[in-house]
Ligand binder design. Structure first.
Ligand SMILES: [Zn+2]
Ligand SMILES: [Zn+2]
Length: 800
């Protein structure tokens, strides 16, 4: 056995060396290929001969791997034979004996056995599960061997210093001490409530050993990043249940918005909502089992073998993973391709709810496989779940589709999916928002333009949309030329800039456009006003010099603050900087980012940096507004663009006479899509529109038939003054019922008029919340309402 162990170690070290070689060669192949692709007259016949070398090395590598594999199996057999002999004495107490002690609440070894003989409640696992687990366990042994080598290597300087975020320092051992142990040293309670660690700024599994001196933050559920990890880990639990229940192919679990979801591919059936309780109870069983999450870093090639039963995982490995190794996590019988990190074990999840299912497509592309999406949410305690349920109830009651129908604002029709019909009262809101922004544009020296809706594809080729965005555009042929409906206004505005020579004297040029845009959203993705095919934006493009960026961005920030505070939204600012695939010169990026930083600093509100998250054509500021239910929405954009001016060859004559200067474009939208903004506002206000935006501002109610004429006169008087005023002349309804109905319909003000009011040329005012302001003359009522409308106050009913 000793000889076998030695042989295995020798093969393992050879493998490691080879893998290093493959990594190097592969990088070389990539480099050469990129060079070739970029060469103007590339010759496809000349493939780099290095690929052959890599292929040979790979073949040999595979051979070695099999040998190692066989040796390991021999070792394993030998070990289990010994274990059986010893096991007779210590029956039942068998727990992980060597290495870093797992916490008492979990015992991975025991779990492994449990999963191999699954619980009676759980269905028989699909065939690939067993094979996958077997391979994982072999890989895990490899990993432990490697870890042992590291430990041996560094025995002289194993001691590390761990700084905890609160200023404390703890001593530990490299490759051994885990963040969980660090937390436990402070207090057991902290260790149990910590969801995930952040080690030197990187999210880190609590049971993953530290590799050197480190600063450790211990994040609890209150922290947003920890929440994301918690829900992501819960998605694994759901994935495990889905796999056991349906035996389908798990696809992926992209991060959700407050909760999690998992996409699964089932060849010949669909998930039914009646099955959700079954899935939920399976999840509960998995939680009870306290299955630990185990992390392994494995070469992509081995993973292709591990996931050969699942075409989706293979696709991810081939298309998305460009590193020689990546990580997998085991949790119970599930082994998932995943970057992590996760919670320690499924027992950290206290309450879980599986509440919704829907259809989805691989990569959101309706031409790809149809997938089943299942949604869930989980929390560390019952109170949080109760609060979540309450919020869901509230959100359902405020759903913009429901209120939009009740208030007769808009509807959709099968004959034009994704394009909204705004009824008169909806159109009033739409136009009031546009008027508001138009006024702001005017104050801030933006000039409004009108531009075409359809353009020849030559424009889209020049802008790059044809190459990168054409599947989202509606195209059609006219006179042998292909045209497309515009999905955005920028290219048209570039033509406007290029229309005649430009000088530095007229910069910045700020063009605003409320033009109608069309984007071909897949029909399955269409959802009320939040995802539509036809929409308008409060779109604007600022053409400026690099030196003007700072001032212009500051202007954009003040603009959005002014608009959002009018709506009563708080917002968060993030600066997204240069991504890896950026275009243009680094110096220009650095300078632009510096200007954005300066503008943000001067603006004075807190902001965060989102490194590498900028668009490939320039850095941007992402703005998220927070609604009344605490949900975040991204509406506004402020994006710098260096590329579009170059693509359209836009130039201006600079102060020193250089006529080849490229301007910079700032894309600015504050509301974003008006359609989507209306949905957000509607849900935010729960249908109780602030007075200035309200499609039902005044209801006039006569106390009896004798006052009908006066009531009519009042209502048309207010209508002529520009208010949305109505009159209720229904004789079959009592006065009290009329008042009640007007309040339920969310009329901000209700004017009751009788003979006394008629004599005094007055109205008797009350609000939708039944605040009674009493009798007031018609002229002062008009003045008050005008002021309230102009100030765009959120609280007109009180301020009246
Ligand atoms: Zn994961
Ligand atoms: Zn734009």
């Amino acid at each position: 056995m000793a000889a076998e162990a030695l042989a295995a170690e020798a093969v393992a070290s050879r493998l490691a060396r080879q893998e290093e070689d493959i990594r190097w060669l592969w990088a070389e192949v990539h480099r050469l290929r990129d060079e070739q692709l970029n060469a103007p007259d590339r010759c496809q016949a000349e493939g780099p001969c290095l690929t052959r070398e890599v292929a040979q090395l790979r073949a040999e590598n595979r051979e070695l791997r099999h040998r190692l594999h066989r040796l390991r199996l021999c070792l394993e057999e030998e070990l289990s034979h010994q274990a059986r002999l010893e096991g007779a004495e210590r029956s039942g107490a068998g727990r992980g004996a060597a290495g870093a002690q797992p916490p008492p609440s979990q015992s991975p070894e025991e779990d492994v056995r449990k999963e191999i003989e699954p619980d009676n409640e759980v269905k028989k696992p699909p065939n690939f599960v067993k094979e996958r687990l077997r391979l994982f366990e072999i890989l895990k042994k490899d990993h432990q061997l490697l870890l042992a080598v590291y430990e041996k290597k560094g025995d002289s300087s194993n001691v590390i210093t761990v700084r905890v975020a609160d200023g404390r320092t703890v001593k530990g051992e490299a490759w051994k001490t885990t963040p969980y142990q660090v937390a436990a040293e402070i207090s057991q309670e902290l260790a149990e409530t910590t969801v995930v660690a952040k080690v030197n700024g990187e999210l880190w599994d609590l049971d993953r050993p530290l590799e050197g001196d480190a600063t450790v933050e211990l994040l609890t559920f209150e922290n947003e990043e920890a929440q994301a990890v918690y829900w992501h880990s819960s998605a694994h639990v759901l994935g495990e249940a889905l796999e056991l229940h349906y035996g389908g192919l798990l696809c992926c679990s992209p991060p959700g918005d407050g909760g999690f979801h998992y996409d699964v591919y089932l060849e010949d059936r669909a998930v039914s909502s009646t099955e959700l309780p079954v899935l939920e109870s399976m999840c509960q069983t998995i939680i009870k089992e306290q299955q630990p999450f185990e992390r392994l870093e494995v070469s992509t090639e081995v993973l292709l073998d591990l996931f050969k039963y699942n075409k989706f995982k293979c696709r991810i490995l081939k298309e998305k993973v460009d590193t020689p190794t990546t990580t997998v996590y085991r949790c119970g019988p599930l082994v998932e391709l995943c970057k992590g990190p996760h919670i320690r074990h499924t027992g950290n999840i206290k309450v879980i709810k599986i509440f919704k299912n829907s259809l989805a497509y691989w990569e959101d592309n309706p031409e790809m496989e149809m997938l089943q999406r299942v949604y869930g949410v989980s929390f560390p305690d019952e109170q949080r779940m109760a609060a979540w349920e309450e919020l869901q109830e509230e959100a359902r009651a405020r759903d913009h589709r429901t209120i939009g129908k009740e208030q007769e604002l808009f509807f959709f029709h099968d004959l034009s999916p994704g394009s909204c019909f705004f009824l008169p009262r909806g159109a009033f809101i739409y136009n009031t928002l546009i008027d508001f922004i138009r006024e702001q544009h005017h104050q801030r020296n933006f000039t409004e333009v009108l531009s075409p809706n359809m353009y020849s594809c030559k424009l889209w080729e020049a802008s790059g949309h044809w190459q990168h965005y054409s599947e989202n555009m509606f195209t059609f042929d006219i006179d042998k030329d292909t045209f497309a409906l515009k999905p955005m206004n920028c290219p048209g505005h570039c033509l406007m800039f290029a229309h005649r020579p430009r000088s530095w004297r007229e910069m910045p040029i700020r063009l605003a456009d409320f033009g109608v845009l069309h984007r071909n959203e897949p029909s399955g993705a269409l959802s009320g006003l939040t995802r539509v095919r036809r929409f308008q934006q409060d779109d604007a493009h600022i053409f400026c010099t690099v030196g003007q960026i700072e001032e212009e961005i500051k202007g954009c920030l003040q603009f959005l603050q002014s608009v959002y505070s009018t709506f009563g939204f708080c917002f968060q600012l993030n600066l997204s900087t240069r991504p890896e695939n950026f275009l243009g010169e680094i110096e220009l990026w650095d300078e632009a980012e510096k200007h954005l930083r300066n503008s943000l600093m001067e603006f004075g509100k807190p902001w965060k940096i989102n490194p590498g998250n900028g668009a490939f054509y320039g850095p941007k500021i992402d703005i998220e507004i927070k609604d009344a239910l605490g949900r975040y929405h991204q509406c506004a954009t402020i994006q710098l663009d260096f590329q579009l001016p170059i693509r359209f060859n836009l130039t201006y004559v600079s102060k020193d006479g250089d006529d080849k200067k490229n301007p910079v474009i700032i894309h600015q939208a504050i509301l974003g899509s008006l359609e989507r903004m209306i949905a957000i506002l509607l849900e935010n206000y729960g249908g109780k529109w602030p007075f200035w935006l309200s499609p039902r501002q005044v209801m006039v109610i006569p106390v009896g038939p004798t006052c009908e004429k006066y009531a009519l006169q009042i209502s048309s008087g207010f209508f002529e003054e520009g208010f949305m005023a109505d009159v209720d002349l229904d004789r079959g309804c009592t006065l009290n019922n009329k008042i009640r109905n007007a309040q339920l319909a969310q009329y901000n003000f209700i004017f009751v008029v009788g003979e006394k009011e008629e004599t005094n040329n007055a109205v008797n005012v009350r609000t939708r919340d039944n605040k009674i302001h009493g009798e007031i003359s018609v002229t002062s009522a008009i003045d008050k309402l005008k002021n309230l409308k102009q100030s765009r106050t959120l609280n007109a009913e009180e301020e009246f």
